[in-house]
Design a protein around this ligand. Structure first.
Ligand code: ATP
Ligand code: MG
Length: 635
C-alpha cells in the first residue's frame, strides 16, 4: 500500500525570511500569507497535473448505452472512479490531491480535467508529455489552461535529477534527506511558465529534432534540456512505500537457509537504508558502511581500503560509485561485498541491476535469483539464473519476464524451501535412477558377451528391450518425482534443511560413482547368477535374469522412496502386474513350461536377494550410524 504521508512543504521553507515576520510592518503580513497560500495552491495543481494517471470509471450506464452522453455532460461521479497508472506513487499523489479538493476527473490523449471543491471544472490541453524513464529519473508535461490560455511546463523527478534544474534554494537537499531518512520516496516538483513565443520556438525545435535522421534521441533530449533550466521549485512530496505482509520473517527465513540477500533499488540512498532497516535486511544493531561517493580511481581505492578494515558490516553503495569501483577494482569489490551479511545498492539503473547479477555469476560459483515487481527489474530478472516476478501494483512486466510469478513476496519462502528443495532432490533422484536403469542392463549385456567370447549375440531381444524401457519399469521410476523426505511444514520450519542442499550432495560425482558401482554390482550379480544357476537350456538364462532384473528395479525404487505416495504403490504393482500378465504372450522368448516351476522361482528369488539385500543392509546401517538431517526431524 502506498500512502502520501508528507505533503508539499515548499511554503514554509521557501520563504526563508519567515522566521522573523514581526520585524516587518503589518501590511506585509497578509501579503506573505497570500503568497504562501497561492504557492500551496500552485503546488497542489502541479501534482494534480504532472503525472501519467488516467481515471477510469466503472461504466454504470454502459448497459443502457449512456456512457457517452454521461461523459458529454461531464458527470464524473466520485464513487466509481479508480486511477490507473504504471507507478503506484503517482496514483498515491493523485489520490492525495483528491483528498485536498483538487480531483482529476478525466484524461485523454490531449486533455486533462480537474474538479475544484466548488464543483468547477478546470480544463487543460496537453501540449507535450515527456514520459518517465529510469535513466532520466524525471517526467514532464506542458499544458495550456483552456480558460486563461497560460502555458506551463511542469516537471517532477528524483532529487538528483531535479537539483540542477530548479532555481537556487537552501532547503531542498536537507528536507529531501529528512524525508528519505524516514523511508519516504521523495519527488521534487517544479514548474516554468512559458510565453506563447517561447512555446512556439520550443515546439518548432522539438519537432525538427524528432524528424532528424541521425542521433535523434540525443537531439530530442538536447531540445528538452534547453527547457529544463531555472525552473521554479514548487514542492517536495514524500510517499510511503509500505512493506508487504511478512517481508521480515521471509527475509529471516531466507537468511537462515544460507541465502545471501542483496537489495538493488532505484531509490535514494537514505530511503533505501531506511527500508533495509525496517525490513530487517540489516538488523538494528548491525554496523552499516555507507560507501562514500567516489568519482575516480584514487578515491575508489581509498574507500575500498576503508571498507576492507570493517568486519561483519552491511554495505550501502550508490549506483554511480559502484560503477567507478567496477571500472577499476571489479574483482576486489565483488569479493569484499560477497563477505558482507547484506548489500544495498541504491540509485541503480535497470541495466546496472542486470550487470550486478552477471558480476556475481562471473565471480562466484553461486546461483543467482532475482526478485522484482516493476518494469525496471526485467533486465535483472532475465539475467539471473532464476527470475521471480511479483505481480502487483506496478503491473505485470516483471512477472511476464520471470521464470516464476508470484503475487506476494512472502510466497518466496515456500517457493524455495518447499518446491525448490523438492524439485532439486527429485530431479537428482530421478536422474540417477534413469542412469542406473540403463547401466544395469548394459552391464548384463557386457558380462554376457564376455562370457561367450564376445560373440555379438544380444541378450534380450525384441519386445523384452522395449518392455524393459517402457511399461515394466517406467512408472515406478518416474513416480519418484512424488517422493518427499520431509513434510512442507517441516521444510519451512527448518530452513537449515535448505542450507544442506547448497553443498550439492544429492547429485555430485560421488553419488554418480556410487550409482555406477551399484549398477555394475547388480548387473554382474544378475548375469553371473543366472549363468551359474542355469541348467540345460539357454532360454532359461534369459527368463531367470530378465525376471530378476525387473524385480530388482522395482525393489530399488522401493528402497529409494522416503515417503510412500499412493500413486507410487499403484505404479509398483501395476508394473509387476503388467509383467506377469505379459509372460503369457512372451513364449517367443521364454519357455512357458519352465517359468511355472519351482526351480525358476527360487533361482529368481535367490538372485534378486543377492543383488538387493546388501544394499538394504548398507542403507540401514548408514541411517543408523550417520542419519541425514531430515530423518532426525521426521522421527
Ligand atoms: N513517475 C515518476 N515520475 C517522476 N519521477 C519518478 C517517477 N517514478 C520514479 N521516479 C524517480 O526516479 C527514481 C528511479 O526510479 P526507478 O523506477 O528506477 O526506481 P524505484 O522505483 O525508485 O525503485 P525500485 O528499483 O525499488 O523499483 C525514483 O527513485 C524516483 O525518484
Ligand atoms: Mg519502481
Amino acid at each position: 500500500m502506498l500512502q502520501v504521508t508528507s505533503q508539499p512543504s515548499g511554503g514554509s521553507a521557501g520563504s526563508g525570511s519567515s522566521t522573523t515576520p514581526s520585524q516587518k510592518t503589518q501590511p506585509s503580513g497578509p501579503k506573505v500569507r497570500k503568497s504562501v497560500s497561492s504557492r500551496i495552491h500552485e503546488a497542489v495543481k502541479a501534482i494534480a497535473l504532472c503525472h501519467n494517471v488516467t481515471p477510469v470509471y466503472e461504466s454504470l450506464g454502459a448497459v443502457n448505452g449512456e456512457t457517452e452522453s454521461a461523459e458529454a455532460d461531464q458527470d464524473f461521479s466520485d464513487d466509481n472512479r479508480t486511477y490507473q497508472a504504471s507507478s503506484p506513487d503517482e496514483v498515491a499523489l493523485v489520490r492525495w490531491t483528491e483528498s485536498v479538493g483538487l480531483t482529476l476527473v478525466n484524461r485523454d490523449l490531449t486533455s486533462l480535467q480537474l474538479k475544484t471543491p466548488s464543483g468547477q471544472i478546470l480544463s487543460f490541453l496537453i501540449l507535450q508529455i515527456f514520459p518517465f524513464t529510469s535513466e532520466s529519473k524525471r517526467m514532464g508535461i506542458i499544458v495550456r489552461d483552456e480558460s486563461t490560455g497560460e502555458i506551463t511546463f511542469y516537471m517532477k523527478g528524483a532529487d538528483v535529477a531535479m537539483a540542477s534544474i530548479v532555481q537556487y534554494n537552501d532547503w531542498l537537499e536537507e528536507e529531501c534527506g529528512n524525508m528519505a531518512r524516514e523511508g519516504l520516496r521523495t519527488l521534487v516538483v517544479a514548474k516554468k511558465c512559458l510565453s506563447e513565443e517561447q512555446y512556439q520556438d520550443f515546439e518548432n525545435r522539438y519537432n525538427q529534432a524528432k524528424l532528424s535522421i541521425h542521433d535523434r534521441a540525443l537531439k530530442v533530449a538536447a531540445v528538452v534540456e534547453s527547457l529544463e533550466r531555472e525552473m521554479e521549485l514548487l514542492c517536495l512530496t514524500g510517499v510511503e512505500d509500505q512493506l508487504q505482509a511478512d517481508v521480515r520473517p521471509t527475509l529471516e527465513l531466507l537468511r537462515n537457509a544460507g541465502i545471501k540477500i542483496w537489495m538493488l533499488t532505484g531509490d535514494k540512498l537514505e530511503t533505501a537504508t531506511c527500508i533495509a532497516k525496517s525490513s530487517h535486511l540489516v538488523s538494528r544493531n548491525q554496523d552499516i558502511h555507507v560507501f562514500k561517493p567516489v568519482s575516480n580511481r584514487g578515491e575508489a581505492h581509498l574507500e575500498l581500503n576503508a571498507f576492507r578494515r570493517k568486519h561483519d558490516c552491511a554495505l550501502v553503495i550508490s549506483g554511480d560509485s559502484l560503477e567507478v569501483c567496477l571500472r577499476y577494482y571489479e574483482h576486489e569489490l565483488v569479493e569484499l561485498a560477497c563477505q558482507c551479511p547484506a548489500v544495498v545498492c541504491c540509485r541503480c539503473s535497470p541495466t546496472q541491476k542486470a550487470q550486478i547479477v552477471c558480476l556475481l555469476q562471473q565471480h562466484t560459483d553461486n546461483r543467482t535469483c532475482a526478485i522484482g515487481d516493476g518494469g525496471n527489474d526485467v533486465s535483472m530478472i532475465q539475467a539471473a539464473d532464476c527470475g521471480i516476478g511479483i505481480e502487483g501494483k506496478e503491473g505485470k512486466q516483471a512477472s511476464l519476464a520471470a521464470d516464476f510469478s508470484i503475487t506476494q513476496f512472502k510466497h518466496i519462502g515456500r517457493l524455495l524451501m518447499v518446491h525448490g528443495r523438492n524439485s532439486y532432490k527429485r530431479s537428482a533422484a530421478l536422474g540417477q535412477f534413469v542412469m542406473h536403469r540403463g547401466m544395469i542392463i548394459s552391464t548384463m549385456q557386457a558380462v554376457f558377451s564376455s562370457v561367450f567370447f564376445f560373440a555379438s549375440v544380444p541378450l534380450y531381444q525384441g519386445f523384452l528391450m522395449v518392455g524393459y524401457a517402457t511399461i515394466y519399469t517406467m512408472f515406478p521410476v518416474f513416480s519418484l518425482v512424488l517422493d518427499q523426505d520431509v513434510k512442507p511444514e517441516m521444510a519451512l520450519l527448518y530452513p537449515e534443511l535448505y542450507k544442506d542442499l547448497t553443498k550439492g550432495r544429492s547429485l555430485s560425482f560421488k553419488t554418480f560413482l556410487i550409482w555406477v558401482l551399484i549398477s555394475i554390482y547388480q548387473g554382474g550379480i544378475l548375469m553371473y547368477g543366472a549363468l551359474v544357476l542355469f541348467e540345460s537350456e539357454f532360454v532359461h538364462v534369459v527368463a531367470i535374469s530378465f525376471t530378476a532384473l525387473i524385480l530388482t528395479e522395482l525393489l530399488m525404487v522401493a528402497l529409494t522412496v522416503r515417503t510412500w505416495h499412493w500413486l507410487m504403490v499403484v505404479a509398483e504393482f501395476f508394473s509387476l502386474g503388467c509383467y506377469l500378465a505379459s509372460l503369457a504372450f512372451l513364449n517367443e522368448y521364454f519357455d512357458l513350461s519352465f517359468i511355472t516351476t519351482w526351480p525358476f522361482l527360487w533361482k529368481v528369488s535367490a538372485i534378486t536377494l543377492v543383488s538387493c539385500l546388501p544394499l538394504y543392509i548398507i542403507k540401514y546401517l548408514k541411517r543408523k550410524f550417520s542419519p541425514p538431517s531430515y530423518s532426525k526431524l521426521s522421527s
